[in-house]
Design a protein around this ligand. Sequence first.
Ligand code: SAM
Length: 223
Amino acid sequence: AVDRYSFPHLHPSSPTTSPSPSILEHALAASEEAGLPDIAVSPSQGKYLQLTARLARAKNILEVGTLGGYSTIWLATSTPNVKVTSVEVDAHHAEVARANIKNAGLEDRVEVRVGPGIEVLPRLVTEIEEGSRQRFQFVFIDADKENNWNYVDIAIGMCEPGACIIVDNVVQKGRLAKESDDPRIAGARRVVENIGKEDRLDGIVVQTVGEKSYDGFLLVIVK
Ligand code: SAM
């Protein structure tokens, strides 16, 4: 109820609001029509990502887990000249995302790369080493939870100092606090436990209660 009350006030339908509420609604409706699951971030979480990317002064953003491009559209509107590289394993999801991103007029700012994150990210590392790609100032990880830590670990090598990394769904209705055989929980616990052991990282869990669920982000800064 709080999200549904506050969001339209904070992100109103006005000519200067970016992305426009109608573009966001179109992306969700087109994703549903194409049979994609309803697991995108909520509108308030999307805006949180957009504002955090702006705070990080991100010029280059990496996203792992595109789905229909809903969070991608939020990130691609954080500043006018931002570039987003979004990685998606499912070719159908990527196709729907590309159409939604085009409908939002953001196709020049977004590149969707198809493949498993664990294979695509090392290729991006090589592109950075070869000089054909710039380092990232912001990373959003929202894919297969089992690989959360692996994605953070690879991302560190692609980030500028001061970069922000956000990992979604680490709280999972409080299940994070208890050891579990569920690979999604184990993946969340592993990334939380490894942040404090890694000298190059500083992080905190930001719990969120919203219109979709009780969950939370892991917010990490690369030193
Ligand atoms: N970030 C999206 C949003 O908020 O609009 C939602 C992403 S959804 C929760 C997770 C996505 O990650 C799905 O589209 C799924 O196909 C993708 N995914 C799952 N395993 C993956 C992998 N190994 N590599 C890349 N993407 C993966």
